[in-house]
Design a protein around this ligand. Sequence first.
Ligand code: G3P
Ligand code: CA
Length: 244
Amino acid sequence: MSDVKIWAHRGAGGWDKQYAPENTMMAFEKAIEMGADGIELDVQFSKDGEIVICHDETIDRTSNGVGAVRAYTLKELKQFNFCSVHSEFGFVEIPTLREVLDFMQDKDFQLNIELKTSNYDYPGLEEAASKLVKEYGLNDRVIYSSFGYASLKKLRQCDKDAQIAILCSTDFVLQEDIEALQAIAIHPWEQLVTAENVKKWHDWGVKVNTWAVNRPERIRELIAMGIDAFITDCPDRGRKAVEG
Ligand code: G3P
Ligand code: CA
């Protein structure tokens, strides 16, 4: 059996079939039930500076509301149903990072916090996330990632111990960026992963955690290339591929 780690993308959202609404406590609970080793989620600020979990900068796609995440206070965001599409799930609240850290307390999974700062630069988000994670004493179980180099740089400046991973959807990550950030991992889009790239990144001293992969054949190919973890919408399929 491979020891490659399975991380649930936005929780166990599902892919060709929906398991739970993405980035909700329901999806995170499902991920752990399905045997995920970790959870990946996306963070942003509400209007009143609470760290909330949401992928898009607006709530239009994932809730029954409209508008920017940052246009609403946490209390207002909690009034929207973050499962507008599948009524079988009932009313589902937007979670906060604090709620997820509470959930982690008596479990042993890893958490990948993606700082969603590429389209809107939430001033202070990096420091606030780091402060909250440290308040819970969970620094060792949290990996921060972002497509935004500037965001990761801010995080490194305020948290010398943060475990940082560089997210990339193109092959432009430089070894000097990894060194400057003291990154521990690279999180490449799965199409960028080849055996040669995995070797190169490992030679640079970082782990390779790829996203987002759901087809068992592709998962097995990536495992054979030497990846360390994969991020999937279907941790149950991931578990079977790892164990099969
Ligand atoms: O962190 C990996 C992956 O989540 C990045 O893409 O768009 O799903 O946030 P996205
Ligand atoms: Ca993400």
